[in-house]
Every structure is written in structure tokens, then in C-alpha cells.
Design a protein around this ligand. Structure first.
Ligand code: GLC
Length: 526
């Protein structure tokens, strides 16, 4: 396998709105990220993925962009961004921008022009039809909105304020490539590509994901922008399978470095109601999916390793019994960290931040609000609806970062835009920094180990599953020449018998005996 420098990256996702507010407007900002660069450097991460910070009316928290080349004033200015890029670089940290090019905001100049009429030069930047079909928006409801003036429908996979771009139009594609080059020239060293699977959509044929031109467009983008540079790119694809992910990531095809796949998550979703009605987690199913990506024949297709993001509930709340939060958070990170691929840490997971109880009128996320109404309309009992929304809402991961035990968790001096988790008095960075045994200290240790003499083994070594059929233990071996490490993770709140031999190099408990304790993780070298 050809080695790339970005293989070594450890990415930290920042949700800027909720990371650190220095301007006192209740929203996190770019200077707030600069202020925390030392913290991030100490953690050991090498790349920061910033959820969108571009000009936006914030209907979907910045995933509705009205100007790709301007930083939204709530986050600061373009100068702040250039400053962040250069200050991060002096610490060996790259900035990865979020590229949302399936759609824009309806406030984008292109759309404002396009709705002026059928003859407008920007009309064909978007998707217009005289008649609509049954395609539905991911945020629920029709994927088509009627424009009275021109008597046509425009297409949107998400909210009606997020019209989809028409990737069949080469002029539009070139505009996007120009914009990407603008940011590359300003020092961006990575792109996370929002819902990339939709670019080749064929609405006539009821095809949204993986349309026939998708890979042609991504290849063209690669060639016109980042292809000749050592830039790290990750596409988001909820539909990806083993087969399609090989198309995106086969180095010979010159598309993307890696993709986010979600089958390890969606496999627990309901066929009809998706994430709003999930099944219980089943470790055997989870292992099947995760391990298949580690097979030797899949090694040239680079992988992503993640449990959390701004779109998922807090990982510790999802996978761990709350009485074992601390050991559980440690186990979850270590479990991924010794697999081949790029680890992504979602802000706050390194201190074990948790889901939060929201009252129905406190939800900010358009998706949760729509889902709540949909489930009630379908006749579900109010309590069941609230319980399910609570479990899966994206608001859970978007609460302000908990820095201290002072007012608003040290995130801001003013009332933040969304609810602060009241557990900030016990879960916060300062407290974690003051304890040798904290989740944060453990994350640092794991990152150091991954970067140590075992780095090559972790990145490129052979993988073998251990205790394959065990229902509560996930364990594996990595081997390269004479070097061998074995990782054992107990995913349950029960002690579980497991025989382990070798020299312990990582343990989230003080001791190891015949049984793995609840959520214990042990890494040994042979
Ligand atoms: C992606 C983003 C999500 C956003 C959606 C529409 O899935 O991660 O937050 O709502 O795309 O842009």
C-alpha cells in the first residue's frame, strides 16, 4: 500500500458554534478555537475538522451556506480563519473544512438569482421541474417545493431552505472547484465532504444516492482541486456499502482519501422510522461490520474510525451503562484507536460528555422538531415519542463544550445559543486536567501509544479477530513481523471471563484478573 502522510492523522471534530465563545455572543467562534490550540496540541491530535463556519442563515446550523468564501460574522472574520490556519500549522495541526456542496442556502446569491425566472443564468445551478414525484426529504416531507412565480418545483434533499445544486451543470461544478481552490490557496489541508453520495442524483429515476455520474464528478473534483496535493479528504456517505466504499477510496481511481460509513450505526435503525426507533445494540453485528473493513484484502481502502459526531448521540450515552461512564468512555476510544484507519474524536468525547434531557420546546435541531411532529402524527404515544427523540436527537452532541465548573461551563460569559448540560459541574476539562486517572489523560496516553513504536503496526499491520463469537467482548490482534499487540474490550456492565496473556501496555483499571471488569479495556504486547 502506498503510504500517505495523512495516514498518520488523528482528527478532532470541532462544532464551532458550541466550542468556545470569546466574543460573548453566546456562539463559539474562530478565536475561541485559536485560544484552545494548546489544549488540542497537548491532546495529540493533528487535524481539526471544523463543521461549517461560512456565512449562513443557520436553518441547519451552518449546513445551509449563503457564501462559501466568507466566514459568518457570528464566528468572526476571514482574517480570523487565516490566522487559525497559520497558528494551527505552527503546531503541526491541519485545518479540515466542511464542504457542503450538495446544496446551498436559499439565501445564496446563486439561488436568489435562480428564482428570478427561467431565463436567469443561474437557474440551471439548481434542479427545477414542472412536475414533482414522490421523493421525500431527509428532514421529512416532500423533496420538492413549488415556486409560485415560475410555476416550477425545485428539489431539496434537506430543508426547503437548502435547495440542491445541479451537478449536471459543468459551469456550477467549476464554480465549486474554484471555491475549493480559494480555500486550498488560503492553507486548508483537508475537506470533509457533506453527503457526498447525493452529488450524482437522478431525481427522475427516484435515485438520490450513488447516481450514475457520482464517481465521475468526484474524480473530476479531485483532478481540478486537491488531487495533486497531500490533502486529506473524507466523504460522508450514509448509503456506502463494502462495494461502493471501494469506489470512493481506491487510490487508482483518484477520488477521496476515505469515507465515513454508517452501516455500523444504521444497522440498528428501524426500516420505516430510521433512527427515531432503534433496536438494541448487538455487539456481534457491530463486530461483523467493523472487522470486515479490517480484512487484509480491504487494506488499500483507507478507513475512518469514529463513534461520535455532530449528527450522532454522545457515544458514551449510546454504548455504555451510565454508572460506568468513565471506564466506558476510555474503553470506546481505545477500542477504535488500534484499528487501521483514521481516528476521529468528536469534541467533548475526550472528557466523556453525555446526552442531555431536552424539553420539547428546547430542541434547536430542525430534524428533531420535524421527527417529533411526524411521530405524533403517526399516532405514537407522546411519552414514546419524547423518549425516542431524546435518544437520537442531534441536539445531544451540540451542547456547549464543558471547560470549567463555572457559569455556562466556561464556554461563554453570556447565555449560550443552546442548553448547557448541567453536569458540567462534574464533567469538565479543568477537572479532567487535574486528575491523572481522567478520561482525558487516558485519551492522551492512547494517542501517544498509537504514535509510538507501534504506529506502523497499527496503520498497516495484519488484523485478526479474536473471540469472534463472544457476545460481549470485542478483541483483536494486530501483527507486523515480530511485533504483536492484542486489544480486549468488554462492552458489557458484567464481569466476563477472558484469558489474556502478554505484557500490559494499556489498562483502564488498576488491575487485571481472570475476568474483564465492566467496560474494561486491556492492550497487551507479546
Ligand atoms: C450532513 C451533515 C448534517 C446536515 C446534512 C445536510 O449529514 O452532517 O449535519 O444536516 O448533511 O447538510
Amino acid at each position: 500500500m502506498k503510504k500517505h502522510s495523512w495516514h498518520k492523522d488523528i482528527v478532532y471534530q470541532i462544532y464551532p458554534k458550541s466550542f468556545n465563545d470569546t466574543s460573548g455572543n453566546g456562539y463559539g467562534d474562530i478565536n475561541g478555537i485559536i485560544e484552545k490550540l494548546d489544549y488540542l496540541e497537548e491532546l495529540g491530535v493533528t487535524c481539526l475538522w471544523l463543521s461549517p463556519v461560512f456565512k449562513s442563515p443557520m436553518k441547519d446550523n451552518g449546513y445551509d451556506i449563503s457564501d462559501y468564501r466568507k466566514i459568518d460574522p457570528i464566528f468572526g472574520s476571514n482574517e480570523d480563519m487565516y490566522n487559525l490556519i497559520s497558528q494551527a500549522r505552527t503546531k503541526g495541526i491541519k485545518i479540515m473544512l466542511d464542504l457542503v456542496v450538495n446544496h446551498t442556502s436559499d439565501q445564496h446569491f446563486w439561488f436568489q438569482e435562480a428564482i428570478k425566472g427561467k431565463d436567469n443564468p443561474y437557474r440551471d445551478y439548481y434542479i427545477w421541474r414542472d412536475n414533482k414525484n414522490d421523493l421525500k426529504s431527509i428532514f421529512l416531507g416532500d423533496a420538492w417545493t413549488y415556486d409560485e412565480k415560475s410555476k416550477q418545483y425545485y428539489f431539496h434533499m434537506f430543508a426547503k431552505e437548502q435547495p440542491d445544486l445541479n451537478w449536471e451543470n459543468p459551469i456550477l461544478r467549476n464554480e465549486i472547484y474554484d471555491m475549493m481552490n480559494f480555500w486550498i490557496n488560503h492553507g486548508a489541508e483537508g475537506f470533509r465532504m457533506d453527503v457526498i453520495e447525493f452529488l450524482g442524483k437522478e431525481p427522475e429515476n427516484m435515485i438520490t444516492s450513488d447516481g450514475k455520474n457520482l464517481h465521475e464528478y468526484i474524480h473530476e473534483m479531485n483532478q481540478q482541486t486537491f488531487g495533486k496535493k497531500d490533502i486529506i479528504t473524507v466523504g460522508e456517505s450514509w448509503s456506502a456499502t463494502d462495494e461502493t466504499s471501494k469506489l470512493y477510496t481506491n487510490p487508482n481511481r483518484k477520488e477521496l482519501s476515505m469515507i465515513f460509513r454508517f452501516d455500523q450505526i444504521t444497522t440498528f435503525w428501524d426500516d420505516k422510522y430510521g433512527k427515531w426507533m432503534t433496536r438494541d445494540f448487538d455487539l456481534l453485528e457491530y463486530k461483523n461490520i467493523i472487522f470486515s473493513r479490517q480484512k487484509k484484502e480491504n487494506h488499500k481502502y483507507w478507513n475512518t474510525l469514529f463513534l461520535g459526531s455532530h449528527d450522532l448521540p454522545r457515544s458514551v450515552s449510546q454504548y455504555v451503562d451510565p454508572s460506568f461512564r468513565k471506564v466506558g468512555a476510555k474503553m470506546l476510544f481505545a477500542c477504535n484507536a488500534f484499528l487501521s484507519g483514521t481516528p476521529f474524536i468528536y469534541q467533548g468525547d475526550e472528557i466523556g460528555m453525555t446526552n442531555l434531557h431536552f424539553d420539547i420546546d428546547e430542541y434547536k435541531d430542525i430534524e428533531a422538531i420535524n421527527a417529533h411532529n411526524m411521530l405524533l402524527d403517526e399516532g405514537f404515544d407522546k411519552d414514546i415519542v419524547e423518549k425516542n427523540i431524546l435518544k437520537s436527537s442531534r441536539d445531544n452532541a451540540r451542547t456547549p463544550m464543558q471547560w470549567t465548573d463555572t457559569l455556562y461551563a466556561g464556554f461563554s460569559d453570556e447565555k449560550p445559543w443552546t442548553k448547557v448540560n448541567p453536569n458540567y459541574t462534574i464533567i469538565n476539562v479543568t477537572k479532567e486536567q487535574n486528575s491523572k486517572d481522567s478520561i482525558l489523560a487516558f485519551y492522551k496516553k492512547v494517542i501517544r501509544l498509537r504514535k509510538s513504536e507501534f504506529n506502523d503496526l497499527v496503520l498497516y499491520g495484519d488484523f485478526e479477530a479474536l473471540n469472534r463469537e463472544h457476545k460481549s467482548i470485542l478483541s483483536y490482534q494486530r501483527k507486523q513481523g515480530e511485533k504483536v499487540i492484542k486489544v480486549y474490550c468488554n462492552f458489557s456492565s458484567q464481569e466476563t471471563q477472558c484469558s489474556i496473556s502478554g505484557n500490559i501496555i494499556l489498562n483502564n483499571y488498576d488491575t487485571l484478573d481472570q475476568n474483564l471488569k465492566p467496560y474494561q479495556v486491556v492492550v497487551v504486547k507479546i
